[in-house]
Design a protein around this ligand. Structure first.
Ligand code: GUN
Ligand code: ZN
Length: 437
């Protein structure tokens, strides 16, 4: 098989560097390196001087010097049908769902609309360097077909599922306890493990599922240990109070999911802002992960997630854009806002940990770190090619210090899709930024 070689600077995490970045050996930086890719996988990453003389004539060399290459970003929580909900003014979670989100999601009953939105959404992820995401579709099974068809066509590793919601949603947006779970089972059979697609049993949130549906979803999860699970928990105070009224017999909101067998490895829970110590201990013991969604939490006014507290309890944490509650697909901007949220919590999110959150930490939250999230040999060659000089301000700022983590921090604070020069999936370019408009 012909190979591909990329020449650039490389930065990635070998393991968790710690919230304060104290384990410097967890980060690998290769200045003027070459990444050799064969059959879509990383074969070798080493200094150019060592690799170039050994490259055979069957290897196509891409000279991307000047760029900083990192693993493709992992967005652990996002809604593809909410592309037209983004930037909706003036409400908090429950009102925002009623006013903007539910009416929009009803349009996904129509296959042509779902297909067009899926393609548009994935192209936005790629122009932002995101190569894997955990994605909510709508209640309509056809929205999942549209999504996986579009992601397979682009060669991406995506996790996605049909929303289960059999109550407290408008007509046209409800399934039934049995019907929704039967549709999910059929979608698992159709999509999970086909190409790079992975299915996620997707309970929208405890408000919109009856106890019968939650129980059936838990049973489906038990039948399929390699399938993922995703939902929302403890995002907004009114939502938490509503769940307490709906499930008075449960100790907490998180306990509703736990009781129904939905707290486990490969499960990702968005937000987790209003958990208590017992909930955080259960998250760790079960192996479920938190998706920290700073732009959404600020925009919908949900609260300030305390990352230090979650990590101290041993929680797995990834980063989520949560568009359309979130305000953009850029994981760089999401990190920038995450930094500010943690500043308000009294913690300065270290650049090394920021890189980890957006790459290997996200992969670990999804239990996919044996395939993506770093550039060690054997991993899928999913890459974000960043341009530290993408704008005049970035060029000036990143020229100041010759330090790759400082460059990454400046990109997270000042960058967005303009700083993503190229995106690669399994050693193939899937996005190239055009000339500035
Ligand atoms: N909780 C239930 N549904 C949603 C949603 O679509 N977005 C957010 N941010 N929270 C939710
Ligand atoms: Zn969400």
């Amino acid at each position: 098989m012909p190979g591909v070689a990329i020449r650039a600077d490389f930065l990635h995490c070998l393991r968790d560097p710690g919230l304060d970045g104290s384990d410097a050996s967890a980060i690998e930086h290769v200045r003027d390196g070459v990444l050799l890719v064969r059959d879509g996988r990383v074969e070798r990453l080493a200094p150019a001087a060592a690799v170039l003389p050994a490259i055979g004539p069957d290897v196509a060399l891409h000279d991307l010097r000047g760029a900083l290459v990192v693993p493709g970003f992992v967005d652990t929580h996002v809604h593809f049908p909410q592309v037209d909900v983004i930037a909706s003014y003036g409400s908090q979670l429950l009102d925002w769902l009623e006013r903007y989100t539910f009416p929009e999601e009803r349009r996904f009953a129509e296959a042509a609309h779902a297909r067009a939105a899926a393609g548009f959404f994935l192209d936005r992820l790629l122009e932002n360097g995101t190569t894997t995401a955990s994605v909510f579709c709508t209640v309509h099974p056809g929205s999942v077909d549209a999504f996986f068809e579009a992601s397979e066509a682009r060669g991406l590793l995506m996790v996605a599922g049909k929303c289960l919601m059999d109550r407290h949603a408008p007509d046209g947006l409800r399934d039934t306890a049995d019907g929704g779970v039967a549709d999910s089972r059929a979608l698992i059979e159709r999509w999970h493990g086909r190409a790079r697609n992975r299915y996620s049993i997707t309970v929208r949130f405890a408000v919109t599922s009856t106890p019968e549906q939650l129980a059936l979803a838990g049973r489906l999860a038990a039948e399929h240990p390699t399938v993922h699970v995703q939902s929302h928990v403890a995002e907004n105070r009114d939502e938490v109070a509503w769940v307490a009224r709906l499930f008075p017999e449960r100790r907490s909101y998180l306990d509703v999911y736990d009781h129904h067998g939905l707290l486990r490895e490969r499960a990702v829970y968005a937000h987790c802002i209003w958990l208590d110590d017992a909930d955080r201990a259960r998250m760790t013991a079960s192996g479920a992960a938190v998706s920290f969604c700073p732009t959404s939490n600020l925009f919908i006014g949900s609260g300030l997630y305390d990352l230090r507290q979650g990590l101290a309890a041993g929680n797995r944490v990834g980063l989520g854009s949560d568009v359309g509650g979130g305000t953009g697909y850029s994981m760089l901007r999401t990190l920038g806002e995450g930094y500010k949220v943690q500043q308000l919590r009294g913690t300065s999110l270290h650049p090394a940990y920021a890189l980890y959150l957006a790459t290997l930490g996200g992969a670990r939250s999804l239990y996919l770190d044996d395939r993506i999230g770093s550039l060690v040999p054997g991993r899928d060659a999913d890459l974000a090619v960043l341009d530290p000089a993408a704008t005049p301000l970035l060029a000036r700022r990143t020229a100041l210090r010759d330090d790759p983590l400082d460059t990454f921090f400046a990109l997270a604070t000042l960058g967005d899709d303009r700083a993503v020069r190229e995106t690669w999936a399994r050693g193939v370019p899937v996005h190239r930024r055009g000339p500035a408009a």
